[in-house]
Design a protein around this ligand. Structure first.
Ligand SMILES: Cc1ncc(COP(=O)(O)O)c(C=O)c1O
Length: 300
């Protein structure tokens, strides 16, 4: 699948001699977009090859992965089961745009207490799920496994060898690992974590075959799905100036951080940067509900 690179024409980027392009992976599909499409591609083929009929995975209340799995599963005739963190949601899931849309695609939602959810990869919890739902093809939370990384290696194409630096946001690091594996020898891959934690490096090393990547800490805004008014205003301004929608959990943090680094002259004049838009826009209505409750500005 060919995805276009869109150049950003901010005058201040030109003054600094920096070229910044965005790979519009968000345009692949409204929900199965960006790295979700890449991560599911080979996993769904593998599930079909194994003769599996059911896909099961885990996620939080606004999970892009759960939403994408529901849509992709329906498209390819799989039964889908979403195991969701937080038993309390059992009574309120209709108020949650992500879960409502997933259920409308035929996904069966199953809610686990936070304690059981923490133990979700242990045999005891998996056996309970098997007893309840029968055999299934298991996709890990966030969708990262070896086949997902293989899919993410296809984000870069032969035309992208003109870039010096490739940037992405980082949750589990599967996308970063795919980019690192596929990058040319002259390229550096920078990952912007959206959550706190050193442990990320070890899990990325499980999948990245090269040492051409590094993490840029300091732009997680306090942790996973933590958002403040500055970030929301940045996302709205970016949309006004470029026409490109960012989300507050992943790509908003990436572009906030990347533009800051460029402003601080981290990159030499002449550097050509490619930033990956990994999608995730389906989560915005849900995040706006949270922002409204906190009296913060909304994403438009
Ligand atoms: C839109 C979006 N971008 C980036 C990521 C992070 O990807 P990874 O977990 O591979 O680091 C995710 C989460 O999976 C996501 O939903």
């Amino acid at each position: 699948m060919e995805v276009t690179n869109q150049e950003l024409h901010f005058p201040w980027l030109k003054e600094k001699g920096i070229s910044l392009c965005i790979k519009r992976e968000d345009l692949i599909h409204p929900v199965i977009s960006g790295n979700k499409y890449r991560k599911l591609k080979y996993n769904l083929l593998e599930a079909k090859n194994r003769g599996e009929h059911t896909l099961l995975s885990f996620g939080g209340a606004y999970s892009n992965h759960i939403a994408a799995l529901a849509y992709a599963g329906k498209e390819r005739d799989f039964r889908t089961i979403g195991v969701i963190r937080g038993e309390e949601l059992k009574h309120h899931w209709q108020d949650n745009p992500t879960l409502k849309a997933a259920q409308a695609q035929g996904m069966q939602l199953y809610f686990l207490s936070r304690e059981d959810y923490r133990r979700k990869e242990e045999t005891a919890v998996l056996s309970q799920l098997k007893a309840k739902f029968g055999d299934f093809y298991l996709l890990p939370e966030g969708g990262t496994n070896a086949l997902a990384v293989k899919g993410c290696e296809e984000i870069l194409t032969s035309e992208d060898d003109t870039f010096d630096v490739i940037c992405t946001c980082v949750g589990t690091g599967g996308t970063l690992a795919g980019l690192a594996n596929a990058a040319w020898p002259h390229q550096r891959v920078l990952g912007f974590p959206v959550l706190k934690g050193e442990y990320l490096k070890d899990s990325i090393r499980n999948f990245a075959q090269k040492d051409n990547w590094e993490l840029v800490p300091g732009f997680h805004f306090g942790g996973y799905a933590k958002v403040n008014a500055d970030l929301v205003r940045f996302i709205n301004r970016f949309k006004e100036q470029t026409g490109i929608q960012l989300d507050p959990v992943y790509t908003g943090k990436l572009f906030f951080g990347l533009l800051e680094l460029i402003k601080q002259d981290t990159f030499a004049p002449g550097t050509r940067i490619l930033a990956i838009h990994t999608g995730g826009l389906q989560g915005i209505p849900g995040m706006n509900i949270v922002l409204k409750k906190k009296n913060l500005p909304l994403i438009y």
